[in-house]
Design a protein around this ligand. Structure first.
Ligand SMILES: NC(=O)c1ccc[n+]([C@@H]2O[C@H](COP(=O)([O-])OP(=O)(O)OC[C@H]3O[C@@H](n4cnc5c(N)ncnc54)[C@H](OP(=O)(O)O)[C@@H]3O)[C@@H](O)[C@H]2O)c1
Length: 435
């Protein structure tokens, strides 16, 4: 009897085709490395006639991906379809129930159902591996599960969405505004036709929820990630930030506080000269702070065929070697229910940009309003020029540390102020942990 690991792959798009290529092209090495052959037995996708640039001769085609879950000749189902519900979820659940190992790149699925899926996998003694679901080619899941096991993790700061990082980098280097650069990113294939998941911060939040569970031994808790996207960031903000010695990044942060685990995704001012500030274009990075290892930064490609398929292969190789570990490090039944500190209690200093009428006394009036709202100001910068259509000019305040609820009150007051147009834009300044 063959001792090969018999694999079924559902989804032959960007990632699926990449996995098939590696299995074929590195077959000799992988067999030696695993001590057994990796045998692709069956695949499934929607369109059998589509040319995918891969050789599927000798591989069974299943029109219905669910057939992989019930097939007697498959040990491992690799789910590369995507989506937190529907066929991807049904396939993963059925495969685990049937006692098959599962590898997936599906961050939405793991973020929404990770704890229940981990329980299902553990009850059958099979693997649920998802290295590719977080930061593409960066081996952060394996690092958390294995290499950092001796540490108590204090915080994670990630740049987890390549589309956002590309857009912010382009805005910085060209001075163009968000909508303009987003259109270019879509034309280049870096952004989806519907970019909401990426630019709205949801994709980064999926990945953060998974990382937080790995880091802190808590249930995966996507619903309690505070999420803000990059849609309101302008080239003006990026230019001001640069003058102050910062870059604007979409950060995904999970950290321990006295009240529990804070999970937040939002644009942030990151000090120049720090590792995360230097991460540009479509690259991702994860900075981990562990009590023994100290600060550790991993950087690499967060998406694309090669990096993502590389991560899926890491999962497959572990399974072939018999390395089956609890999906979230500790058994799923021992994951703690996360305590959920309120974002309102979070403290930082803030960048606050507003558009103000250019008249004598307006700055004094606005500054007074901020003082009345208990905001202490470190710095004010006003740009000259002819202003917008109604003659209003951008003014930026950098505050001393304050809490979110005080800041929210101040923004509401300012929005009602006769010299201010609209609600001021606020960006959190992430300083301490990143230096
Ligand atoms: N692309 C990346 O860079 C990247 C990075 C990290 C993680 N991921 C994750 O990897 C997964 C796959 O992403 P992808 O970019 O490879 O997606 P994709 O290119 O859109 O491929 C999706 C595949 O799923 C197949 N499919 C869709 N609905 C199906 C159904 N009902 N039955 C059978 N097959 C079905 C499609 O078939 P057809 O080809 O016949 O249409 C296609 O082959 C997702 O969870 C994604 O979030 C992707």
């Amino acid at each position: 009897m063959s001792n090969s690991l018999r694999i079924g792959i559902a989804g032959l798009g960007t990632v699926g085709a990449g996995v098939v290529k590696i299995l074929a092209e590195r077959s000799t090495h992988l067999t030696a490395a695993c001590g057994r052959p990796l045998e692709l037995v069956a695949v499934s996708a929607r369109d059998k006639t589509r040319d995918r640039g891969i050789d599927l001769s000798g591989v069974r085609w299943e029109d219905d991906p669910m057939a992989l879950a019930s097939a007697g000749d498959i040990d491992l189902v690799v789910e590369l379809i995507g989506g937190s519900e529907g066929i991807a979820r049904e396939l993963v659940e059925a495969s685990l129930k049937a006692g098959k190992h599962v590898a997936t790149a599906n961050k939405a699925l793991v973020a929404h159902h990770g704890t229940a899926l981990a329980q299902a996998a553990e009850s059958k003694g099979v693997a649920l591996n998802y290295e590719a679901a977080v930061a593409g080619g960066i081996p952060i899941v394996k690092a958390m599960r294995e290499a950092l096991a001796g540490n108590e993790i204090r915080s994670i700061h990630g740049i987890l969405n390549g589309t956002c990082n590309y857009i912010l980098t382009e805005m910085e280097t060209t001075g163009r505004d968000f909508a303009d650069v987003l259109k270019d990113a879509q034309d280049l294939g870096y952004a989806e036709a519907d970019p909401t998941f990426d630019v709205g911060g949801i994709d980064a939040a999926h990945k953060l929820a998974i990382l937080a569970s790995l880091a802190f031994g808590t249930e995966v808790d996507f619903d309690n990630v505070h999420i803000e996207g990059i849609e309101k960031i302008s080239a003006t903000d990026i230019a001001f930030a640069k003058d102050f010695g910062f870059k604007v990044k979409l950060l995904a942060i999970a950290e321990k506080s006295d009240d529990g685990i804070v999970q937040r995704v939002h644009p942030a001012l990151v000090p120049e000269g720090t590792p995360l500030a230097a991460v540009s274009g479509v690259y991702n990075a994860v900075a981990v702070d562990g009590d023994r290892v100290g600060h550790l930064v991993l950087e690499g490609r967060g998406a694309g065929e090669g990096p993502t398929a590389s991560a899926v292969l890491s999962d497959i190789v572990d399974i072939a070697r018999g390395l089956i570990v609890a999906p979230f490090i500790v058994p799923a039944t021992k994951l703690k229910a996360p305590a959920r500190p309120l974002m309102e209690a979070h403290k930082s200093s803030f960048y606050l940009r507003l558009r103000a009428v250019d008249r004598a006394g307006s700055m004094a009036a606005i500054t007074r309003a901020l003082a009345e709202a208990s905001i202490s100001i470190e710095r004010i910068v006003q740009r000259g020029g002819k202003g917008d259509d109604s003659g209003r000019l951008p003014v930026v305040f950098v505050t001393h540390e304050t809490d979110e609820s005080t800041m929210a009150r101040a923004r509401t007051l300012l929005a009602q102020h006769e010299d201010v147009a609209g609600t001021p834009l606020m960006i959190r300044i992430e300083d301490g942990e990143l230096r």
